[in-house]
Ligand binder design. Structure first.
Ligand SMILES: [Zn+2]
Length: 404
């Protein structure tokens, strides 16, 4: 099997280089082309005259996504055919020559570019080279991580062994494991290991260390951790969530068990299926706990147990976003930054705004990205963070809206 060349969408370039110009070529742009010069020459001229792009080295600074490259090439082929009456292979050769000499770049950081648009990067080679270096570095980091994950083994035991000598309880647990041939190294459930430690009368510290170790392991290799629940009564796995309940007995706390396994009559109970499916943040669990009147520590303990059983991804740190919000169907556009959910920001802005607001696009970015975009579009500034919906701003948004 051949190795496929990695690809990258144009929106990754505009995200990494906010000062880049995004350009979407409409059908009418192609219809207005002159037959006298190559399509690429027309393109560069148009970029300078209409989009006020600095003219130096445009051939090297203009990147075309596969869609735009295909359309430009088709237009150039048609133009050459009209002018030369060449056909077939001769026409292909002529187009290839023209493309090689003048067409925009279709690779960025050794990646095939996706998207139906163009991006013109600033005439500042240092910045662009830095971004390219970082992308290439990311690729090699990803390969290193992959190699390391293979090297660190497919199971919990091998991962834990790689932490031997660490100066904390997880390191101690790793040392204990290496001295213990019976340790269930290939465990895919926290429960298997904790049951083993309990059977062998491991000290409480070892169980706490296992909890820390398992969470770290699960966070790093989520695919290797199986989700499962165990019945507090019969101690067997509850293989089908529909057969399990979460019960709150007040006195006895929370209990996960088979519905069919007898236990104390619960004050409240809920099907596990209803509780755990599609709830990685364990919000429904917390809401249920509150409804039961359980104390916060009991809810926290329950959530902790469910985390160890693989029922939540740790809520990752949220990637801050730069958003583009439009007032009305063709009104001004607010370019802002939000560390929290953009929807919440939208709702806050909508309060007291006469027009209906709409999030057109978002991109990864922080307050520096926001500041760069404000600088980039300062000519269109209406007031504060609101800008006129001029074509190059709308083209940037169109690129961000394209599917990867
Ligand atoms: Zn049971």
């Amino acid at each position: 099997m051949g190795v496929e060349m990695p690809s990258c969408h144009l929106k990754q370039i505009v995200t990494a280089i906010p000062m880049a110009h995004a350009v979407v070529l409409a059908e009418r742009w192609f219809r207005a082309l002159s037959d006298d010069v190559s399509v690429f020459t027309s393109l560069y001229r148009w970029l300078v005259e209409t989009r006020h792009v600095a003219p130096a080295g445009l051939h090297d600074r203009t990147y075309a996504g596969a869609g735009a490259a295909r359309r430009l090439l088709a237009a150039e082929r048609a133009r050459i055919a009209r002018r030369t009456k060449l056909r077939g292979a001769a026409l292909d050769r002529a187009v290839n020559l023209s493309d090689l000499n003048a067409g925009p770049q279709t690779l960025f950081a050794e990646r095939r570019l996706l998207g139906d648009a163009l991006v013109v990067v600033p005439d500042d080679d240092g910045e662009v080279q830095r971004v390219i270096r970082e992308m290439l570095q990311d690729d090699s980091d990803a390969q290193t991580r992959k190699a390391r994950s293979i090297a660190s083994g497919a199971d919990f035991g091998q991962w834990l062994a790689s932490n031997a000598g660490r100066d904390d309880p997880v390191g101690d647990l790793a040392d204990d494991m290496l001295r213990d041939p019976g340790f269930p190294r290939s465990a895919r459930h926290y429960q298997e290991v904790s049951a083993y430690l309990l059977r062998n009368r491991a000290p409480h510290g070892a169980l706490a260390a296992l909890g820390d170790a398992w969470k770290e392991y699960a966070e790093r290799y989520p695919a290797r951790v199986a989700r499962a629940t165990w019945c507090a009564r019969c101690e067997l796995e509850i293989e089908d969530l529909r057969a399990g309940i979460l019960a709150w007995t007040g006195r006895g706390g929370f209990e996960v068990r088979h519905a069919a396994c007898a236990g104390e009559t619960p004050e409240y109970e809920l099907d596990l299926q209803q509780l755990l499916v599609d709830d990685p943040a364990l919000n429904r669990v917390a809401a249920f706990g509150e409804r039961c009147g359980a104390p916060p520590w009991a809810i926290a303990e329950l959530q902790e147990r469910l985390r160890l059983w693989g029922f939540s991804q740790r809520a990752g740190r949220r990637q801050p976003k730069v958003y583009f919000i439009q007032a009305g169907p063709s009104g001004p556009i607010k370019i802002g930054y939000s560390g929290g959910p953009v929807e919440r920001r939208l709702a806050a802005l909508q309060t007291g705004h006469p027009e209906t607001l709409c999030v057109l696009a978002t991109m990864d970015g922080d307050r520096f990205t926001e500041a760069e975009l404000h600088r980039r579009f300062h000519g269109y500034r209406l007031s504060g963070e609101w800008f006129k919906p001029e074509p190059d701003l709308m083209d940037l948004i169109a690129v961000l809206q394209q599917k990867p």
